[in-house]
Design a protein around this ligand. Structure first.
Ligand SMILES: Cc1ncc(COP(=O)(O)O)c(C=O)c1O
Length: 399
């Protein structure tokens, strides 16, 4: 634990190290080269860590592009004073265009029909006098910039490669739009045993060539997420889109030997610590059950600690009888069913343990450390899911 946090009320909190995020940004910039643009993926409240303070810090450090998932997320950043470019990665729902344009959010076209919707909205808004205010441009550009998303094999969002010709025809009819960027998304960038990423890259390059042959400049080309930034230089193009690595977390690479190699090359610092305090301690005899469903039964005389954090705070229920937290610099097992608000630990082995002791759920205490990405691997999920699970009622402190 580096700095002390003073928490009012319920003792569970998250510490987010902005210094670590800036360090990780530096690592990413060195990896991809200083000339390449960085689009910081701050969607879903920056993976639950806090989009506003993180985007502000990154913008001050020179990041000019931010990626969100919908207009609400973009508007939140505009209201907080973010002036950089904000790309709405997941496209837009018909009706959302006006809001995107009014707040200078850059839309993504991921279906053919989107082009006509955007054109109509851009035309209508250009005829109106511009509003002034945060995020609102006093003089609108002649053409509304948008990015095109192409489905190269993930089969989730994006226009299909055979639709490129129709897209080009539709775009040619639009007087108020400008294709500013073209991108795709990798499905298995961290899997270096599968050929899927190479195939997606091949399809993407073909699409870029087709666009160019049709007289459409693809603009800023981008493809790489964290896994690809770590190990697929040919996918870096003009801009990269880091999410997890910006927050200090490695993907689970295949083959697993790559894990160490990437760690050495890209020394990331995890940004999240999550802590709580012991609020109750009880001594149990052998054979006593702990928690809902009696899923833990003591094997001998045991000291059980209760902390004020449960699955509503981010200790996911899959960790029932699984994994550890840190008490007095020692890894201690979680026991019994994780409940909504409370979790129990078997602290029998901790001398002098006391009510009020800090328990580190994620982060470092002495030489012991629990990293979110390691927990994710243990319970067969991804780091982003665990970060997003940190509950709204957990106060975040930015250090
Ligand atoms: C389109 C897009 N680009 C980039 C990212 C960032 O991914 P990662 O966190 O793996 O870097 C995401 C996240 O899901 C995404 O949806």
């Amino acid at each position: 634990m580096t700095k002390t946090v003073h928490v009012d009320g319920r003792p569970v909190w998250a510490e987010i190290s902005l210094e670590a995020i800036l360090h990780n940004l530096d690592v990413v910039c060195k990896q991809v080269g200083a000339d390449r643009r960085i689009l910081a993926v701050v969607k879903s409240n920056a993976y639950g860590l806090g989009a506003v303070p993180i985007a502000k810090t990154l913008e001050r450090a020179g990041v000019h592009w931010f990626g969100v998932t919908c207009s609400n997320e973009g508007v939140e950043l505009r209201h907080a004073g973010i002036r950089g470019r904000i790309l709405v990665l997941t496209g837009f729902w018909p009706g959302e265009e006006k809001r995107l344009i009014e707040h200078a959010l850059t839309p993504t076209v991921s279906r053919l029909g989107d082009v006509a919707h955007l054109e109509r909205a851009a035309e209508a808004l250009q005829k109106r006098p511009a509003k002034r205010g945060i995020g609102k441009r006093s003089s609108r550009p002649q053409r509304l910039p948008f990015h095109l998303k192409i489905n190269t094999g993930m089969n989730r969002l994006g226009i299909a490669p055979p639709e490129i010709e129709r897209f080009a025809t539709e775009l040619a009819a639009c007087k108020h739009l400008k294709l500013e960027g073209t991108f795709t998304h990798l499905a298995s960038s961290e899997d270096f045993e599968s050929a899927q990423s190479e195939e997606q890259e091949r399809v993407f390059r073909e699409c870029l060539d087709r666009l160019s042959a049709l007289g459409v400049a693809p603009g800023i080309v981008h493809m790489a997420n964290s896994g690809a930034i770590c190990g697929r230089p040919s996918t870096w193009f003009d801009m990269v889109r880091p999410g997890a690595i910006l927050y200090g977390y490695y993907q689970s690479f295949t083959p697993s030997a790559m894990q160490n190699e990437v760690r050495q090359r890209l020394p990331l610092e995890p940004c999240l610590s999550m802590r709580a305090r012991i609020i109750a301690l009880r001594q149990l005899s052998a054979g006593e059950a702990v928690g809902y469903g009696a899923r833990f039964v003591t094997q001998g005389p045991s000291r059980i600690a209760v902390i004020n954090a449960g699955y509503a705070d981010g200790i996911v229920r899959q960790r029932t009888n699984h994994g550890c937290a840190i008490v007095r610099a020692k890894r201690i097992p979680l026991v019994g069913t994780i409940s909504m608000d409370l979790t129990m630990l078997d602290v029998t082995s901790v001398p002098d343990v006391a009510v009020g002791d800090v328990v580190t759920i994620y982060g470092q205490d002495g030489n012991a450390q629990i990293v979110v990405s390691d927990v994710a691997r243990e319970i067969n999920t991804v780091t982003a899911e665990l970060l997003c699970a940190v509950g709204r009622r957990v106060p975040r402190y930015y250090l």
